[in-house]
Design a protein around this ligand. Structure first.
Ligand SMILES: NC(=O)c1ccc[n+]([C@@H]2O[C@H](COP(=O)([O-])OP(=O)(O)OC[C@H]3O[C@@H](n4cnc5c(N)ncnc54)[C@H](O)[C@@H]3O)[C@@H](O)[C@H]2O)c1
Length: 119
């Protein structure tokens, strides 16, 4: 399959659920993982780095903290949204509601995993 025809997928929140979604996406021949967004710098995000998954940060403050902790930051969540067709939101409860408008403004389809509570 032509790589450019693959569905571009991003994952927001690389935790217990997010890392499994990333693993599943990576196994699909018709999908291409663009990157993950997170706010953490612990073993979870370190694992993404070790797997050479591009890491994005929702805010400049998050990016600064993560960079200070040694996480290479590829760009912002908006940058990630500009490169993807669909995002799987695996962030904790309450965060999804804040992210929904970002996804809508970017015209990116979203799949909610785990946290939900969009209202
Ligand atoms: N793990 C389960 O079995 C399970 C089952 C049902 C529901 N849930 C719910 O699903 C949600 C996610 O669960 P989990 O187990 O993957 O949690 P987790 O804590 O393992 O992962 C959440 C990830 O989201 C990141 N994050 C937090 N705020 C963020 C933000 N603003 N932007 C981007 N990333 C952010 C965290 O740093 C973390 O890496 C939770 O609300 C949980 O209650 C989990």
């Amino acid at each position: 399959m032509n790589k450019s025809k693959k569905i571009r997928v991003a994952v927001n929140g690389y935790g217990v659920i997010g890392k499994r979604v990333v693993d599943a996406v990576s196994l699909q021949p018709d999908m291409e993982l663009i990157g993950v967004s997170d706010i953490g710098s612990d073993y979870r995000v370190q694992t993404a780095v070790s797997l050479e998954i591009p890491v994005f940060a929702p805010s400049p403050e998050n990016a600064s903290e993560m960079s200070s902790a040694g996480i290479p930051i590829t760009g912002s969540l908006n940058d990630l949204l500009s490169q993807t067709d669909i995002i799987a939101d695996c962030t904790p409860k309450g965060i999804v509601a804040k992210n929904l408008s970002l996804y809508q403004e970017a015209g990116v389809k979203v799949v909610y995993q785990g946290g939900k509570n969009t209202h």
